[in-house]
Write a protein that binds this ligand. Structure first.
Ligand code: AMP
Ligand code: MN
Ligand code: MN
Ligand code: MN
Length: 275
């Protein structure tokens, strides 16, 4: 039976494993089809594709794009993209610049909160990959200034906290357009993670669909049974295909272990049946 995991991260953004290591873990976990969805970059895909080929699993070329919608950060996964599409690459380039600028500003703000020389440390941790808030959290934990990544987010990195820098990501409809232009399937990521009311969440899904979105994560990294049920309802209401992804970052900080996702409700159309 095929086992899909359509949302994972590598060292090209905030995952702990290189693309090759991630593929090896996925293979060991029994996954047959894996999407590498690093934040705002396709840099890890070539290595992942070569590794997947060598162990006999299917690599779905993908990306997780940071978008802004009504002042909220909303993530859109693009599955089955052409990673050489120029419109997509130039869009991602603008987001990579936003990440660089934000990291500098986060460094200033965290310095005022008593953390010295954070930016250099974080650049070292991120290497060639995207700099994310996860790297800031990791550095602060390593310094012994917080017990866990979650605690750093809670005290320093969430909206309203000292290290938080609001960002203008790509407008939601524009990012959906990049994905479609690159031949991909736009998937609304982890719908229950946005801190909005049910009504606003439905509005988000409605606008995502109007922009050209065709799928939604029903089994997402943070999914408890009630979240899965709520996502399934959104998939039915807006006639969207259903995706499954662990949002795997590392064994320590992932919500679901690689390859251990619950099943999709039987009445939904799995997104992999649409390609
Ligand atoms: P960024 O895209 O740089 O703002 O970073 C967002 C990433 O931070 C997400 O993809 C998660 O991996 C991680 N993250 C966000 N909130 C939390 C949290 N409360 N605890 C742990 N990791 C988080
Ligand atoms: Mn992440
Ligand atoms: Mn996300
Ligand atoms: Mn993710």
């Amino acid at each position: 039976m095929p086992i899909h995991d359509l949302h994972t991260h590598s060292t090209a953004s905030d995952g702990a494993f290189s693309p090759r290591e991630l593929i090896d873990k996925a293979c060991a976990a029994g996954i047959t089809s894996l999407a590498l969805t690093d934040h705002d970059t396709v840099q890890g895909l070539a290595e992942a594709e070569a590794a997947a080929r060598s162990v006999g699993i299917v690599l779905i070329p993908a990306v997780e794009i940071s978008t802004s919608w009504r002042g909220h950060s909303v993530h859109v996964v693009g599955l089955q993209i052409d990673p050489s599409d120029q419109a997509l690459l130039s869009g991602l380039k603008t987001l990579q610049a936003v990440r660089q600028e934000r990291a500098i500003e986060m460094g200033h703000r965290l310095a005022r909160a008593g953390f010295d020389d954070v930016l250099n440390a974080v650049r070292g941790l991120a290497g060639d990959g995207m700099i994310t808030r996860t790297h800031f959290a990791e550095h602060i934990v390593r310094c012994g200034r917080a017990k866990s990544i979650k605690a750093v987010f809670r005290h320093y990195l969430k909206p309203g906290k000292p290290g938080y820098v609001p960002c203008a990501w790509a407008p939601l409809d524009v990012a959906v357009g990049w994905i479609r232009q690159a031949g991909g399937i736009p998937v609304l990521a982890h719908p229950q993670r946005y801190k909005v009311s049910g009504q606003i969440r439905r509005q988000l899904v409605c606008e995502f669909r109007e922009a050209g979105g065709t799928a939604i994560e029903v089994v997402a990294g943070s999914s408890h049974a009630p979240d899965i049920a709520a996502n399934a309802e959104l998939a039915r209401r807006f006639a969207l295909a259903a995706s499954v992804g662990s949002d795997f970052h590392s064994p320590a900080h992932s919500w679901l272990k690689l390859g251990q996702a619950p099943r999709l409700p039987d009445d939904l159309t799995p997104v992999w049946e649409t390609w």
